[in-house]
Design a protein around this ligand. Sequence first.
Ligand code: CO
Length: 249
Amino acid sequence: MRLPDLKFSEPKTYFHEEAYLCKHQKILIFQTMKHHSIAELLKGNQAWVAHQQQADPTYFQKLATGQTPPYLYIGCSDSRLPLTKFTQTEPGEMFVHRNIANQVCLTDINFLSVLEYAIAHLHVQHIIVCGHYYCGGIQAAFEGTTTGVVDSWVNPIRELYLQHEEEISQLPTRQAKLNRLAELNVEAQVKNLYQTSIMRQVLREDHAPEVHGWLLDLHSGLIKDLNVSTEAWQLYPSCLTANLLLTER
Ligand code: CO
């Protein structure tokens, strides 16, 4: 469908209807779409820059001097949830790593380098692992119908589902099951976080950032804190063993 040309001075919102089939039902998603072309994205950038400069003429000079973000955000690549928007945070406040279904993968050099840089060089004070309800990655793992590389990527979530199948199967609706799996996934990724070399190191040195497990509910827009406290996870057996080994030396 060809969309009408837009003059940026007349911002308009169009409703974009996207339909796809999942295993059991047809879902219609209505999204508000502001931008329809690359040219419009660039115009949007220019308008935003002008707005920022009007509010603070030194805004970009300050931004260019460097970053000291207090937060590392590990989230899902899903286009609907830039956490900066949902938390009203500005450029410079969140260091970000995103992938499908917010995985903390211990063999992912991309993730591990982001984590190490965030902890060792940026000295972030908080790490937020933020999953979300209505996650396509969770759904793919639950249904086991994905093919290709994504199938391999979400397989750990599939394993997680099979581990908790008894609990999950007792939930009344398909959505409740998916929601629970999304929560279990965040817990598992927080646990994985504590298994990384850099986290174990800063835990031993007693300056580890605080870790938070969150779920963003796209249906309400609200964030749910799973209260997966740093203190509790520090007692995870392998971390405890590492601490004991260090003490014994
Ligand atoms: Co997702």
